[in-house]
Design a protein around this ligand. Structure first.
Ligand code: NAD
Length: 431
């Protein structure tokens, strides 16, 4: 599910290749293949925005709806200077598979605007959000396509978008969009959802591997939203986390913070900024060993949780993974390169692939959508309880497929997701 960027790299070509491989394995018929390897609908538009200095700038916007055979399209909106139609297409396809593997009654979509939000005032960003909605208002909606925040968009952007939509249609439609602020249609539990979801899948994997959480040690990469809540729940299950890592903006490099008798989450949180950056001086004063950024991967641990960014387990460093490691849960999107994946498979390490392990985020967005459509909101425990049930069944379905078909977990997850979407297209009589 990664979205690596770089010169010459085309994310959509890669998404299609991944799909083709599984489609051949599943022996899908030609029409189903043709349908699923392209988005069903795409909207490309120009957004003329009046800037603060009185001039008008025209931005490019997109919404891509990959497939909605299983339910309304779902997926974020990115504000990014390097956004391209192909990136949005790839991400929309990956959303279809992610929703399907989590067994959500949703399809896949993605949107974007080519822009650099850091160089825009709040008023200009608001104008962009409202302009984006005006451009696609008739093509999105609570029962057709439900956007969400993504790279460089947040709850405030979602609320401006919702407000514009409600102005156009003259009613209240909180189910239009997710990622809204709590109290304004947002769901409790969303902050914890992705990190907790990672640990729900780890707990299930440990049952299969005969490991007891309380007797295990984990090493974590990252200390942002996903990593912090993964550490929280892991420790609550009795497990020990011996290190986390983070990016240091000043030094322009990453560090690993280790405490062999277990990191103290409350202490670390106090010295962490809102971007997940840990203050290395304060950490050293609190007795943490400050090691190089890559050190997290070579720790003497049973479990690795990459929860920072893509391409962090590579062909080069996979060999440094300790012999003790039996389980890797991919909290981040695309943390493992294909070469590294090969090494992990040869070593027999059990990998919970990203689009299953971190599906807690989209699952909680779905629960927000449900609450918004009812205009009735659950307590946090109820949300997290449902999340646990849904993540657990998603894990069990993938792991059963892996065992039955003798596949690695990543291949099993793709197989299950694509088979479900193909079946929905067939059942509807589309192919
Ligand atoms: P975040 O911005 O809150 O945190 C990222 C963390 O990674 C920070 O602690 C940062 O310092 C650290 N980091 C950055 N570069 C690093 C490096 N080179 N080495 C070590 N640490 C580094 O982000 P997040 O929301 O926690 O997301 C983390 C990953 O999980 C991303 O791949 C994201 O796409 C994925 N993800 C997040 C969600 C979600 O709900 N937040 C859902 C699905 C997937």
């Amino acid at each position: 599910m990664s979205s690596p960027s770089g010169k010459g790299f085309n994310a959509f070509a890669m998404a299609q290749q991944q799909f083709d491989k599984v489609a051949d394995y599943l022996e899908l018929d030609q029409a189903t293949k043709e349908l699923l390897r392209w988005p069903m609908r795409e909207y490309h538009f120009s957004l003329p925005i009046r800037m603060d200095d009185g001039s008008v700038r025209v931005f490019r916007g997109f919404r891509v709806q990959h497939n909605d055979a299983r339910g309304p399209n779902k997926g974020g909106i990115r504000f990014h200077p390097q956004e391209t139609a192909d990136t949005v297409r790839a991400l929309s396809m990956w959303m279809t598979w992610k929703c399907a593997v989590a067994n959500l009654p949703l399809g896949g979509g993605k949107g974007g605007v080519v822009c650099s939000p850091h160089s825009l005032s709040m008023r200009e960003q608001e104008a962009l959000c409202r302009g984006w909605v005006r451009a696609v208002a008739r093509n999105i909606g609570p029962v057709t396509d439900v956007p969400a925040p993504d790279v460089m968009t947040n709850a405030q952007h979602m609320l401006w978008m919702l407000d514009e939509y409600e102005h156009i249609f003259g009613g209240k439609y909180p189910g239009l969009i997710t990622g809204k602020p709590v109290g304004m249609g947002g769901s409790l539990g969303r902050t914890e959802a992705t990190g907790y979801g990672v640990v729900f899948t780890i707990r299930e994997a440990m049952k299969e591997l005969g490991m007891k959480p309380a007797e295990t040690v984990a090493a974590v990469q990252g200390f942002g939203n996903v990593a912090q809540y993964a550490v929280e729940l892991y420790q609550r299950l009795g497990g020990k986390v011996i290190c986390v890592s983070s990016w240091d903006e000043g030094d322009q490099k990453a560090y690993t913070f280790r405490k062999k008798d277990g990191v103290d989450l409350a202490v670390l949180r106090k010295m962490t900024d809102r971007f997940g950056g840990i203050d290395k001086k304060k950490a050293a004063d609190a007795g943490y060993e400050v090691l190089p950024g890559e050190a997290w991967i070579e720790q003497d641990a049973d479990v690795l949780i990459p929860a920072a960014l893509e391409n962090s387990i590579t062909g080069e460093n996979a060999g440094k993974i300790s012999k003790r490691v039996r389980l890797i849960a991919e909290g981040a999107n695309g943390p493992t390169t294909p070469e590294a994946d090969h090494v992990l498979q040869e070593r027999g390490i059990f990998v919970i692939p990203d689009f299953l392990a971190n599906a807690g985020g989209v699952t909680c967005s779905y629960l927000e959508q449900v609450q918004s459509n009812m205009n009735y909101y659950w307590e946090k425990d109820e949300v997290l309880g449902k999340l646990d049930v849904m993540m657990t069944s998603a894990f069990i379905a993938v792991s059963d497929t892996a065992k039955k078909r003798k596949l690695f977990m990543r291949d099993a997850a793709y197989t299950i997701a694509i088979a479900r979407v193909a079946q929905a297209c067939k059942d509807r009589g589309w192919v």
